[in-house]
Write a protein that binds this ligand. Structure first.
Ligand code: NAD
Ligand code: LMR
Length: 339
């Protein structure tokens, strides 16, 4: 018996501890982002149940993904009648539901359709899983997150610690583009990107890039690199020529963001992340929503970190973006108020 105990003790040291596991609901699971994101989430060791919801084609996606020999149990949910079951018990809800851009459109042009979709889905979250963390991908993020906040407030279940606009794709792009310039592996590159998720509201903090950009990479080149990061979504929309916007890089970015949330929930925090949240940054207290560097803990946002030292051009962009970001926030709040 003593020998058996010793062997079990030894084995418990050899087996890595299993992470805590959670239910994740993906709303818009059959779409361009939803499908590859379903696959990536099915590979997560932190997910016990993956609920895939869409208004079309979910049975096929769920059947397909469920055949992967990974841990998460997959359930498929089609149409509004099956939404409550998808949400019940969810710890994290990820929302890529809605229409994408075509060439010539701005993200704001999606407002008329996507605002209602996000409001409706958030109302269901308020009813069926009010404690869940909510990660919104649907554009225009600068407005859809304020809409979700208003819907949750009206239902009396809003916590700014648990509501996120996913801006990870901007960071992923900045890492990839800076890596090209400095000749590093993108996984070793860190570039904060803050603000919002549209045009000028996307503020890459190239002055804080690690490894740093070389001194020979002058002001004009920095300006062009910033502009490329801000316009990268449009670069993909144009390359896809009418067939939608970024889906694969977005699925990668969302899986990375979801992993951060789940690790934080599991108590492995504080986890460093950046997201568009309902906390004004200390540098711009007049902006009620802003993508800031965060520390995530078990119950959501634990700390909103300062943006760090900005150079003159970054300070100018921060000042210049304010009217547009405030306008998008107000548009979302007004929309939710009229519903
Ligand atoms: P898509 O059209 O390929 O897929 C959208 C899916 O949403 C479809 O399967 C559709 O059936 C579903 N849907 C529509 N209404 C729904 C509802 N009420 N409930 C549940 N599902 C619903 O579009 P996509 O390429 O996957 O893009 C989705 C959204 O993500 C767009 O708004 C796009 O602009 C946005 N996006 C955001 C980022 C970001 O960085 N935050 C990046 C890329 C795309
Ligand atoms: C992106 O940045 O790729 C997304 O917001 C989609 C878009 O419309 O550009």
């Amino acid at each position: 018996m003593a020998a058996l105990n010793r062997i079990q003790k030894l084995a418990s040291h050899l087996d890595p501890p299993k992470p805590m596991r959670f239910k994740v609901a993906l709303l818009g699971a059959a779409g361009g982002i939803g499908q590859p994101l379903s696959m990536l989430l099915k590979m997560s060791p932190y997910i016990s149940e993956l609920a895939l919801y869409d208004v079309a084609n979910t049975p096929g996606v769920a059947a397909d993904v469920s055949h992967m020999s990974t841990g998460a149990r997959v359930t498929g949910h089609l149409g509004p009648a099956q939404l409550p079951a998808a949400l019940k018990g969810a710890h994290l809800v990820v929302i890529p539901a809605g229409v994408p851009r075509k060439p010539g459109m701005t993200r704001d042009d999606l407002f008329n359709i996507n605002a209602g979709i996000v409001a409706g889905l958030t109302a269901a979250i308020a009813e069926h899983c009010p404690q869940a963390w909510v990660a919104i991908i649907s554009n225009p993020v600068n407005s859809t997150v304020p809409i979700a906040a208003e819907v949750l407030k009206r239902a009396g279940v809003f916590s700014p610690a648990r509501l996120f606009g996913v801006t990870t794709l901007d960071i992923v792009r900045a890492e990839a583009f800076v890596a090209e310039v400095v000749g590093a592996d993108p996984r070793d590159v860190v570039v904060p990107v803050v603000g919002g998720h549209a045009g000028i509201t996307i503020l890459p903090l190239l002055s804080q890039a690690r490894p740093p950009l070389p001194a020979s990479f002058g002001a004009d080149k920095r300006k062009a690199l910033s502009a490329r990061i801000q316009d990268a979504g449009t670069e993909v929309v144009q390359a896809k020529a009418g067939a939608g916007s970024a889906t694969l890089s977005m699925a990668y970015a969302a899986a990375r963001f979801a992993d951060s949330c789940l690790r934080a929930m599991a108590g492995e925090g504080p986890v460093a992340e950046t997201a568009y949240v309902a906390f004004p940054p200390s540098e711009a207290p007049d902006l009620p929503f802003f993508a800031s560097p965060l520390r995530l803990g078990k119950t959501g946002v634990q700390e909103v970190l300062p943006l760090g030292p900005l150079d003159a051009s970054e300070r100018a962009t921060l000042a210049d973006m304010k009217p547009e970001l405030l306008g998008s926030i107000r548009k979302g709040v007004d929309f939710a108020g009229r519903k």
